[in-house]
Design a protein around this ligand. Structure first.
Ligand code: HMG
Ligand code: MG
Length: 298
């Protein structure tokens, strides 16, 4: 039995653009996010307040967050790694803070230059200050299904970090298949373990489609009662500090599948396709989304 509705968080402007070689101008980012705000999406992760040397593609985080139209009913979130990033994010008046770390020690260090325990200490303060500033906080755990440096990652590591994130006060944890290695069998095994400890409403799935298994993994998750997914318009995305990582599951393909399964999302597929065409032109190459190619050919 499939769920009646699913909640989608659009990460295109953040995960989608962070790995792009070509710098998309601030003006184009703003125009694109404004389009996304009128597609029926209720959540957009718009940028990252990380170090601009680490993620040059999002060096204009502050101007983007200040420049976009804020549509009622849409939550505008941004990635925040530490206190310095939080100060800027609060200054830019984002609605929600997304914190992140990895389940594997090596990826965590390569990505944010700290051990997992050091990161947890930093994030405890970030969450506390976010909450006292009236901002909700969401947590990401990366490399849950495999690490580009360490390979297998035990579910116990994810479980422990997840517990700590909830103790800090995050309302939801997104489990990341950062390098797109997961298969439905593994999703079933890991999610079943996680659901013994956490309610399905508290967990989201963040699949990258590096090996073409992302939609299959969404289906496996739906089967277990998970109804929260991250996706990226056009299938953009990837972590620059995870070799070989490529795009997230495409929002457009996800919508096609869910519509066909009669699962509500509240999002217009046509409007998503048009916004995907806009950014495809700015990026200057064909995006990975399958349904976008069909839409273009029609
Ligand atoms: P660091 O060099 O260890 O930072 O970087 P530090 O605290 O030692 O400070 C060094 C300098 O950086 C200082 O400046 C700080 O002020 C400055 P100085 O005094 O030397 O002039 N600094 C900052 N500047 C701007 N914004 C900041 C900031 N923090 C410190 N926030 C840091 C640590 C975390 C900053 C760095 O490693 C970093 O920015 N990493 C970001 C990596 C990233 O964004 N990766 C991609 C996102 S994660 C992802 O994609 C996975 C996900 O999608 C889920 C999945 O797919 O699994 C979420
Ligand atoms: Mg990601």
């Amino acid at each position: 039995k499939w769920p009646l509705s699913v909640s989608i968080k659009e990460v295109g402007p953040r995960d989608g653009l962070q790995n792009e070689k070509k710098f998309i101008s601030t003006e184009d980012k703003i125009q694109w996010i404004n389009q996304l705000s009128h597609t029926g999406l209720s959540y957009i992760e718009i940028t990252s307040f990380v170090h601009p040397k680490w993620i040059p593609a999002l060096a204009d985080a502050y101007s983007v967050a200040k420049g976009i139209e804020r549509v009622e009913g849409v939550t505008y979130a941004a990635l925040v790694p530490n206190q310095k990033g939080l100060e800027k994010a609060l200054d830019a008046n984002i609605d929600e803070v997304s914190i992140f770390l990895s389940a594997s020690e090596t990826h965590n260090r390569k990505n944010i230059n700290k051990s997992i325990n050091e990161t947890l200490t930093i994030l405890t303060d970030v969450v506390q200050e976010s909450l006292s500033s009236g901002k909700s906080v969401r947590g990401y755990i990366s490399t849950v299904f495999g690490c580009p440096y360490e390979g297998h990652v035990s579910v116990q590591k994810t479980m422990r970090i997840c517990e700590e994130l909830f103790e800090m006060g995050v309302y939801e944890v997104s489990l990341g298949d950062t390098i797109g290695v997961a298969t439905p069998k593994q999703v079933q095994e890991i999610t079943t373990e996680m659901l013994k400890r956490f309610h399905s409403d508290k967990l989201a799935m963040h699949f990258h489609d590096t090996r073409g298994t992302a939609l299959a993994n969404v289906t496996a998750s739906l089967n277990l009662g998970i109804t929260r997914f991250d996706s990226s318009i056009g299938g953009l995305g990837g972590c620059p500090y995870a070799p070989g990582a490529s795009g997230n599951v495409a929002t457009d393909d996800l919508l096609y599948m869910l519509e066909g399964m009669e699962i509500e999302t509240g999002i217009s597929k046509d409007k998503i396709h048009n916004a995907a065409l806009f950014i495809q032109e700015k990026i200057g190459r064909s995006l990975a989304s399958h349904s976008l190619q069909v839409y273009q050919a029609m």
